[in-house]
Design a protein around this ligand. Structure first.
Ligand SMILES: O=C[C@H](O)[C@@H](O)CC(=O)C(=O)O
Ligand SMILES: [Zn+2]
Length: 274
């Protein structure tokens, strides 16, 4: 079963008038992981799509998606998949890829139908593409590791870059995930914006009862979203994206836009935030 929800782009002058429920409707991605379903959110931020596929021992095929107006979803798109569950397989273009928890698969434009199977919980990201880059499976050991932060600032963490120019080629998509060390709670602090690229976060590896206080908004108009395990947030080009968790967590970050320069960020120091 396929469900697609559309999120339109929101202007910052409108976002600052939103109450909690309206903020959540427009920026929180919840309920993406349901047994036996593929659930996608089609955003109008760079036409970036995120979602989940949970085959739960069966198999689920993603092919035609009305929103893209193409015969097959990947006819003019590329896809990045992260398995956040147990071992599962993804089959595309006649090849089956076995993904352990934490493995990433990149599917180039024109890959055709994608079939998810096994016990995987697959996080799906997709951006429009203009050429076919080679499909590639990237294991944790193949990712580029960047250590950031320190214990004193409660933000010691490891960034793992998978779909990234230093690791492999893609058209627009960059993707990886960041894991907090025990006792560290803050991601992306100092915060930043990058209006050249939109970004989507998916928080996972959390206790059910825990929440991340995700900060969004223009740097001088911050808002927060209380985010549970396996929930995501779409970050418009004008928004910071940072958070503090109750307990440990990992979050998948994925971006698309005008450049793939991970370090092209406009930092905002805590004292400048409002
Ligand atoms: O633009 C880059 C993204 O916001 C994240 O990769 C940041 C991040 O993982 C972190 O600082 O913890
Ligand atoms: Zn960012």
């Amino acid at each position: 079963m396929l469900t697609v929800h559309t999120l339109h782009a929101v202007h910052q002058s409108q976002a600052k008038t939103f109450d909690t429920a309206t903020l959540r409707e427009n920026f929180l991605i919840d309920g993406a992981f349901r047994s036996g379903e593929i659930r996608l959110t089609y955003t109008h931020y760079d036409r970036f799509v995120v979602g989940g596929a949970v085959p739960d021992g069966g198999s689920l095929t993603l092919d035609t998606v009305a929103e893209s107006g193409t015969d097959s979803f990947l006819d003019r798109r590329e896809m990045g998949i992260v398995n956040i569950g147990e071992t599962g397989t993804v089959e595309a273009g006649g090849t089956s890829y076995t993904l352990e928890r934490g493995d990433v698969l990149y599917l180039g434009m024109g890959s055709g139908a994608v079939t998810f199977a096994g016990q995987g919980r697959f996080y799906i990201t997709s951006a429009p593409a203009h050429r076919t880059c080679p499909t590639r499976q990237i294991a944790i050991g193949d990712a580029k590791e960047v250590k950031l932060g320190d214990v004193a600032s409660s933000n010691k963490r490891t960034i793992r870059q998978f779909i990234h120019p230093d690791v492999m080629e893609s058209c627009q998509l960059t993707l990886g995930y960041t894991t907090l060390e025990d006792g560290s709670v803050w991601n992306t602090m100092p915060a930043h914006t990058h209006d050249r690229r939109m970004e989507a976060y998916l928080y996972w590896g959390m206790e059910d009862a825990a929440r991340v206080v995700h900060l969004m908004g223009e740097p001088t108009e911050t808002r927060h979203l209380m985010v549970a395990n396996e929930e995501g947030v779409v970050s418009p080009p004008w928004s910071i994206h940072a958070g503090a968790g109750i307990g440990g967590y990992t979050f998948i970050w994925a971006m698309a836009g005008d450049n793939q320069s991970f370090t092209d960020m406009d930092f905002v120091q805590p004292a400048e935030l409002r």
